[in-house]
Design a protein. Sequence first.
Length: 282
Amino acid sequence: MPRGSSRTAEAVCFFRAVETAAPAATRALVDPWARHFLSPARRASVDACASAVGQMMYGRVRPIAWLHNFVVARHRFIDDALTLALDGGSRRLVVLGAGYDSRGHRFASALDQPALELDYGPTQAEKMRLVDQAPLPASNVTYLAVDFMRDSLRGVLATQGTVRRAFIVWEGVTMYLDEGAIRATLLDLRAAVDAGSELTCDWFSRPPRGLAALATGAASRSLALLGEPFRSSYAPAEARALLARCGWQVVDLADPPEMTRRVFGTKRQILPWCFVLRCVAV
């Protein structure tokens, strides 16, 4: 995995923390533990952005607002899908490229098996250190170190036996992997879980020419400086076909307009070149 993944994980946590700090009438996501993974300076920034003046200024910077709204909408989409899966009988949470994800704590009471978190070793070690220091609710999380670009996910998951009735989160990862690593991960996942297990994942699609392409290029260059360059992009039909070849049937697809409708109504705009899929192992 890229060397800058802990910094990117903190940036994503920042967006979740800002949304959580917004007034109840307007916020679309509640993650009370996100701020505990932030540095003191970023925590102060969260409070500043959550103020009335801060919200106004923060929302007027369109690239930041779009990215913030996408991170929030993506996270909310997956939370809603996880809630439905738990209501339907899923009891095992698996988070790939977990970063500073808090679902193992937020949904702990609904899980009767340890949550599995797989991530790049150094990032995972930093998260475990922060978890030990934060007043998070009790949870049962098994941490497994993996490099999706180099390691066999099948070998790592084999230590857990067949992962049954699983709900798998693969959030904010595919765009940083090449197609070979994506395909290998999907195949290894399918081999490790039983039929009916679910997978949610988000994808970066090719933007049209013009301002969107320029903005994407700028974002890609910024992430490359953090050690996380974009390596892949897919149109929805291409992602659906790749998933099908690897044993996953898409049952829900939310493009930017659909994510906006479900999470925000018509009140906000999100990045126009990303989408989220929910799949079932067949």
